[in-house]
Write a protein that binds this ligand. Sequence first.
Ligand code: BDR
Ligand code: CA
Length: 311
Amino acid sequence: MNTIRMIIDTDAGIDDAEAILMALQSSHCQVEAITTVTGNVHRDKVNQNVCTILQQANQSVPIYSGSARPLIEQWQPDDRRYHMDDGLGDWNNRPTCELQLEDESAALALVRLVNQYPDELILVALGPLTNISLAIRIDPTFPEKVKQFVCMGGAVDAHGNTPTVTAEFNIWVDPEAAWITLDAFAESTMLSWETTVDHIISADDHNRFCNLGTSLAHFYDGINQKPRERTFHVFKGQHIIPDPLAMAITLHPDLILESEKRHVTVELQGQYTRGQIVVNYTRWKTDKPNVTIIRKIDMDGVLALYEAMLG
Ligand code: BDR
Ligand code: CA
């Protein structure tokens, strides 16, 4: 297998942590940089969380601090507080981590790296698209120099997970950034909220992973414990994995069982639907399809990845 060279943009986040670990633990992936953005929690907490994730994986990757807020709106802490106050599940006995950030900001680093290695770097976005949209505005040739752009985001059938009920969280936090990004990339790969809901780790598998006995399994158990207790009434102990699914299909495209190419943009105005993505399922407009929507994933393959990552 050829080595994948990757940049991860993240608002880490519990599921972001699992996705990042999956990339770090993969034998054929080299994570070149991690860029951070406000989303699940404020960017400053995200930076600290990335430090902790790298520490747990015993790896060192340059961290570039990114946008502290969406392009237009003020950022508010997520009401759902699924990721808890620190963004990593308010894990008991969380060890301290000495954060070292690069001097360059995320958007500038994205532009520099992609120009340094044109068509070599895969960009995986696990949070709001603020940094990516800034990179695009700094350098309009940015998208064509990215080898592949994959994002976790969007409710492709309008079954969202935010107060704007038809919108998915990452797009909802910064709709303008998502609009700019989807408009600029000729091709994007999208792992939606609906596909997330169709591919959940069962309570039994989750418990099995928590008890694998390694330090990473202990970390996984620790960051998921409190959110699980709080949301048991909703998820019944099952484990929901939006960002790890996006990472899994990037690392192993053969896990994709069904996908479709559509034209996708973002609603910026709607009275009820600001931040909803708009997918053209009709023949009315002839806009060129710009997004590959992932529909069905080989879940046995994803479970095997979790086992390998935590075992
Ligand atoms: C997305 O929102 C965040 O809470 C998760 O980390 C994921 O990126 C799912 O809607
Ligand atoms: Ca995320």
